[in-house]
Design a binder for this molecule. Structure first.
Ligand code: KG4
Ligand code: ZN
Length: 329
């Protein structure tokens, strides 16, 4: 079924709008908020204000880049949660207002589902599959049995994987978000420079990254700034090794437990090159099909909201204008 869908995402610190037509994604505009860099993390109050400022121009730009007009749009898909309440409200209110004025339906999308369905933008993964969703706010192993039929197999008990990258990177003086910088620096570093702890490695499908953060803090507290700078690549490689090692170890366990033949990665951290490399190795070794979204569809974006909206629309899942955002799952 063909339907022109406008996707809107505003759950955290990126305002994004995308247009999806019969021919696929036509635009995916992401306005990142630089205001948070100087605070070393997202300040919720500033985030919602920045969304308010940029949302209408972001939507306009997405329509323009898709060479279409609002008249052609048949439904609006918007992130309903989880996320920061103030930020979500901006996107949801904007979407509802626009839907009301155009007389078109609105579709509320779960942000975590959308990360998984980002895999359906360029490819068509076969159900059932296991998806490792790793972002700044979440770390989950999900058994996707059928469209919107998910079982959470395991998740983090404390920090998310992206949060671990960001917080440890901050200790080492890297700018926020540190994940992509760590990834880049790690590529020329020695992964066995220092062995950082991997919590719950032998146990179940849950994760824990707060111990790693504390261990990195203790390890680095008596080192000089110059020493850290001189060993930055090796430190980034060793920390990435600890994080991605435990992620893929558990992914492998989830595959064994469920018997799936297909695996997928999702979320901002799935852009990480070491994670991709280890997942490719697991897939080759175990004869699995691996799906990973294009890097632009890994971090928060509205294209993943639009594609999830399309899948919901195809099964008649629309929302009324009484739809409200939700902050947590
Ligand atoms: O999915 P996302 O954009 O937002 C959330 O929903 O949280 O994920 C953002 C997270 C940040 O923690 C960021 O540092 C991390 O993804 N990230 C990476 C990489 N690119 C983004 N972490 C490691 N390596 C990367 N290449
Ligand atoms: Zn996200």
């Amino acid at each position: 079924m063909g339907m022109n869908i406008l996707g809107i995402e505003s759950s955290c610190d990126d305002t994004s709008a995308a247009v999806l037509t019969n021919e696929g994604i036509q635009s995916n505009v992401i306005a990142s908020q630089s205001i948070h860099v100087k605070f070393g993390g997202v300040v919720p109050e500033l985030a919602s204000r920045a969304h308010q400022k940029t949302i209408s121009q972001t939507v306009e730009q997405a329509l323009e880049e898709a060479d279409t007009s609002i008249d052609e749009i048949e439904a609006i898909a918007v992130t309903q949660g989880p996320g920061l309440m103030g930020s979500l409200l901006v996107g949801v209110c904007f979407a509802k207002g626009l839907a009301l004025s155009r007389g078109i339906p609105v579709i509320g999308v779960n942000h975590m589902d959308a990360h998984i369905y980002a895999n359906f933008i360029d490819e068509t993964p076969e159900f059932p599959f296991v998806c490792l969703t790793v972002s700044g706010g979440h770390t989950q192993l999900v058994h996707a049995k059928a469209p919107f039929g998910h079982e959470i197999l395991g998740q983090t008990r404390d920090d998310a994987a992206g949060e671990a990258f960001d917080k440890i990177g901050k200790i080492m003086g890297l700018p926020y978000p540190a994940g992509p910088h760590m990834d880049h620096l790690a590529q020329t570093g020695n992964r066995s420079f220092h062995k950082f702890p991997q919590a719950l490695l032998k146990e179940g499908l849950d994760f824990s990254f707060s111990g790693l953060k504390t261990s990195a803090l203790y390890f680095l507290q008596d080192k000089s700034e110059d020493w850290i700078k001189a060993h930055l690549n090796d430190l980034c490689a060793s920390i990435s090794e600890a994080i991605t090692g435990v992620l893929v170890h558990k992914l492998k366990r989830a595959v064994k437990q469920t018997g799936v033949k297909t695996i997928a990665l999702a979320g901002g951290v799935s852009a990480n090159s070491m994670l991709r490399e280890k997942s490719e190795h697991l897939a080759a070794e175990s004869g699995l099909t691996l799906h990973v979204p294009n890097p632009g569809y890994c971090t928060d974006n509205a294209a993943m909201i639009a594609i999830t909206g399309k899948m919901k629309a195809e099964s008649g899942q629309f929302d009324s204008l009484a739809m409200r955002p939700f902050a947590s799952l």
